[in-house]
Design a protein around this ligand. Structure first.
Ligand code: NDP
Length: 269
């Protein structure tokens, strides 16, 4: 970027730990490409300090918005004044817009980013039968977004089965009459198999799904960004499945997040 001045919109991203996060580089590149006088700065915030930090941010007059990542996404929802429908459904916030009256509006775009990544790569969602591993924050956002975008069926498998049951109950309540179920590790008879767990981040992690039950023609989609080719994607490719990596979930989400926090014409919907 050319320069930062007193007119620059300052966006912060709150995280703990902070060293590994990739959103600042992607979002600053987005601001520069768009010619937007805005900058995003990483802020390392311990969980116990989150409420005090948000209170302090409310007093900054040039705050362009707040991006939120691990482990603050759920806690910060309770510190917002208003929530978008998606944030209320998911129970988590990953972007905060400062409204003209100063009230903080929390939004949740992980699922939208994931779906936008699939669509940008040419993969349809409407009518597709989807099997997903995971029931944490990312998985919840993805599940609500997939159903909102017309997924034909959604089966959810999680290590902690009770967490999957709770998510399934919330999804059924939000989407009555749709085919939504808790599932075992077998993804047979589905079109898209999603890893929405953190398995694959660390060397030696188990596979998130029984890959021996995957068949050519299925699409294997990942949320883990590093490594770029996870053991799950490698196993799926060896079977003959198409694969979709974790990075597009971030890259497609960046312009959505930037617009939500900084655009003056954004309207709650
Ligand atoms: P959470 O901590 O909320 O959830 C973690 C999920 O992974 C849970 O379903 C958990 O199961 C499961 N899990 C963790 N360890 C194991 C294990 N050893 N065996 C089986 N299951 C396991 O994290 P998030 O949902 O916020 O994040 C999940 C992943 O998504 C992370 O890798 C994160 O980096 C990635 N992510 C990627 C984004 C992108 O843009 N590409 C955006 C946001 C997140 P259980 O409930 O049983 O503990």
């Amino acid at each position: 970027r050319a320069s930062i001045s007193g007119h620059t919109q300052v966006v912060v991203i709150l995280a703990h730990p902070v060293g590994h996060i990739r959103t600042p580089a992607a979002m600053n590149a987005h601001f520069a490409a768009a010619g937007q006088d805005a900058v995003i700065v990483p802020m390392h915030v311990q969980p116990d300090d989150l409420a005090a930090v948000v209170d302090g941010l409310r007093r900054l007059r040039n705050l362009g918005g707040i991006i939120v990542t691990v482990p603050h996404k759920e806690t910060i929802a309770a510190l917002c004044d208003d929530l978008t429908d998606q944030a209320r459904l998911v129970g988590a916030v990953n972007a905060i817009r400062v409204q003209p009256d100063g009230r903080l509006l929390g939004g949740q775009f992980d699922g939208e980013g994931f779906c936008a990544g699939l669509v940008a790569a040419g993969h349809a969602i409407r009518g597709r039968r989807i099997w997903m591993a995971g029931a944490g924050g990312a998985a919840a956002g993805i599940a609500f977004a997939l159903l909102r975008q017309g997924a034909g069926a959604l089966a959810i498998h999680n290590r902690g089965a009770a967490r999957a049951e709770v998510l399934v109950a919330r999804l059924r309540h939000a989407f009555p009459g749709r085919e939504i179920a808790a599932a075992g590790a077998d993804p047979a008879d589905h079109d898209i198999v999603v890893n929405a767990t953190s398995l694959g981040l660390h060397p030696g992690d188990a596979l998130p799904v029984d890959c021996t039950r995957m068949t050519p023609g299925m699409l294997a989609a990942e949320v883990v960004m590093q490594p770029e080719v996870t053991p799950f994607l490698r196993a799926a490719a060896a079977i003959g499945c198409a694969t979709h990596p974790g990075l597009p979930m971030l890259t497609e989400q960046v312009p959505i997040l930037a617009r939500f926090v900084t655009a003056r014409d954004w309207a709650a919907g």
